[in-house]
Ligand binder design. Sequence first.
Ligand SMILES: NC(=O)c1ccc[n+]([C@@H]2O[C@H](COP(=O)([O-])OP(=O)(O)OC[C@H]3O[C@@H](n4cnc5c(N)ncnc54)[C@H](OP(=O)(O)O)[C@@H]3O)[C@@H](O)[C@H]2O)c1
Length: 248
Amino acid sequence: MKAGHPTTVWNRTASKAGQLVAEGARLAPTVGDALAAGPLTIICVTDYRAVYELLDASDAELDGRTPINLTSGDSAQAREAARWTEQRGARYLDGAVMAVPPAIGTAEAVILHSGPQTDFEAHRPTLEALGTVTHLGADHGLASLYDVAGLAMMWSVLNAWLQGTALLRTAGVDAVTYAPFARQIAAGVAEWLPGYAQQIDSGSFPAEASALETDVRAMEHLIEESEAVGVNAELPKLIEEFGRPGGD
Ligand SMILES: NC(=O)c1ccc[n+]([C@@H]2O[C@H](COP(=O)([O-])OP(=O)(O)OC[C@H]3O[C@@H](n4cnc5c(N)ncnc54)[C@H](OP(=O)(O)O)[C@@H]3O)[C@@H](O)[C@H]2O)c1
């Protein structure tokens, strides 16, 4: 709306749309009315079950519409939703929001899209009003897969950070003091990714600077240290297990 797009809104609990309506949005009385309001419809509800409940509404006409579903789900759900809506004449794009609500409408909001590129390009200028948008490919499942890959990275880094803060706290070092060092390590590790990507894609994993056994011994050291000072050692134990011969 701030970017000047005439906007129609619908929410199951209509009162929650009150603020947007006060700011100039048109309130659709039904889902069908919302879909009919324009060629592009952005759907963002709790889960895919809710998406089907909405789109199955008796007056919802999908033919000729482009629903863009930003609801979180897995890749199979995205592909199935594409099949389901396309059977009803829609041009479906899936998507994933990697941002908190206050960031929406700013460049900080990373919004991933997947599905036919022509459909994405047709609506790109509108979608760009919501954040930094990326089209990942024609496979509708890609946005969900990138979303969870990003979460795997985020949660792994954050848990590793907590492991370090807990270890250092046992010697009276606070997290603020440790943070610049942790940041430097994380940035350094990030630099390795393109090189490792080539190894993964080529299926060739030469022992370069150090052999895996050396890293496993380092991980054992981390486990011993954690246990000695009473810090949870489950995360380093899991990583050490991956590094042992036969570990996955
Ligand atoms: N919030 C975040 O930071 C964030 C970040 C990234 C991605 N996401 C994703 O964005 C999606 C929405 O999240 P949210 O934070 O907006 O959740 P939320 O505040 O809990 O809102 C859920 C929305 O879904 C609607 N809904 C649920 N079941 C429905 C049904 N059966 N029929 C019709 N409407 C239904 C709710 O309507 P009522 O108002 O009537 O209950 C409400 O509008 C989720 O998939 C979430 O994973 C959220």
